[in-house]
Write a protein that binds this ligand. Structure first.
Ligand code: NAD
Length: 291
């Protein structure tokens, strides 16, 4: 392997240590950041995510409020819970775990969250704020990728970036963040032609596709920085969207799966909760946690 390994696990651990210190400083001013996580139904993957979100929230000294509702909860009851969390001054961040059961309108639920408490950054106002360069809450996974990229490359200005995937939770906000940092951004998706050629021109490749080993080593420009967002369960265990063995012979730097982007997502959720707490208390944004 010739590429530098981008160690997201270690970066996320350092970030959580820093957040714990900032939480302690806030507590000294009688402010305890609080994150409310709402889980509807018993989706096994969601249960794992919610458990680790609660655990990591408590570990850095924040209050964690968990709300578990049965799968057949009417949407009106969920909207009432969201309204009560919006009104609760002890709650600075609200996250409704997705996916929601099929009878619920996800967009309606997300857009019922107070945008200033929307620590997932999925509220339509935060999407618009990010796109127009205003202060926003930024989706956690792309925010984590941005932190890793800045740490690895310093300035992203003028770099050619290809984002593979156009989802609302990863691809699109990732492209917005790169654009905000003055990269030249191409968004590729399932209908893109000549994807290998596009990637070969890129200084930065972000893979958010959901297909194991999709990005090949010979698609990469030598020295490129590769961020692998994919999480794919295979017979060989958890793998990313990039053929890591081949890509790491060509890339300049690359994230592993697991241990790359994954651990950054919850760390950035905690960072967003701290940012939301600072803003709601009239304090300046903590440095380096927002784009
Ligand atoms: P998604 O299914 O919503 O989007 C996948 C995107 O890939 C689509 O926009 C689609 O156009 C594109 N795509 C599909 N086939 C393609 C092809 N042949 N060529 C080019 N593009 C193609 O997925 P998502 O929610 O954006 O997640 C993407 C991956 O990232 C998944 O593996 C998911 O598990 C993972 N993920 C990881 C984290 C994390 O914390 N690390 C967070 C969110 C998602």
């Amino acid at each position: 392997m010739t590429a530098t390994l981008i160690d997201g696990k270690a970066f996320a651990a350092r970030l959580r240590e820093r957040l714990a210190k900032e939480v302690a400083a806030m507590k000294a001013r009688d402010i305890t950041p609080g994150l409310a996580v709402v889980l509807v139904g018993e989706d096994p993957a969601s249960q794992v995510y919610v458990r680790s979100k609660g655990k990591q929230t408590r570990e850095i000294g924040m209050n964690s409020f968990e709300h578990r509702l049965p799968a057949d909860t009417p949407e009106t009851a969920l909207l009432e819970l969201v309204a009560s969390l919006n009104a609760d001054p002890a709650v600075n961040g609200i996250l409704v775990q997705l996916p929601l059961p099929a009878h619920m309108d996800e967009a309606a639920v997300i857009n019922a969250i107070d945008p200033d408490k929307d620590v997932d950054g999925f509220h339509i106002l935060n999407v618009g704020r990010l796109a127009t360069g205003q202060k926003a809450m930024v989706p956690c996974t792309p925010l984590g990728c941005l932190m890793l990229l800045r740490d690895q490359l310093g300035s992203l200005s003028g770099k050619r970036a290809v984002v593979i995937g156009r989802s609302n939770i990863v691809g699109k906000p990732m492209a917005q963040l790169l654009l905000r940092d003055s990269a030249t951004v191409t968004i590729a998706h399932s209908r893109t032609t000549d994807l290998p050629d596009l990637c070969r021109q890129a200084d930065i490749v972000i893979a958010a596709v959901g297909r194991a080993h999709f990005v090949k080593g010979d698609w990469l420009k030598p020295g490129a920085t590769v961020i692998d967002v994919g999480i794919n369960r295979t017979e060989d265990g958890l793998v990313g969207d990039v053929d890591f063995a081949a890509a790491s012979q060509v890339a300049g730097a690359i994230t592993p799966v697991p241990g790359g982007v994954g651990p950054m997502t919850i760390a950035c959720l905690l960072a967003n909760t701290l940012t939301a707490t600072a803003r709601s208390n009239g304090l300046p944004d903590p440095e380096g946690l927002t784009p």
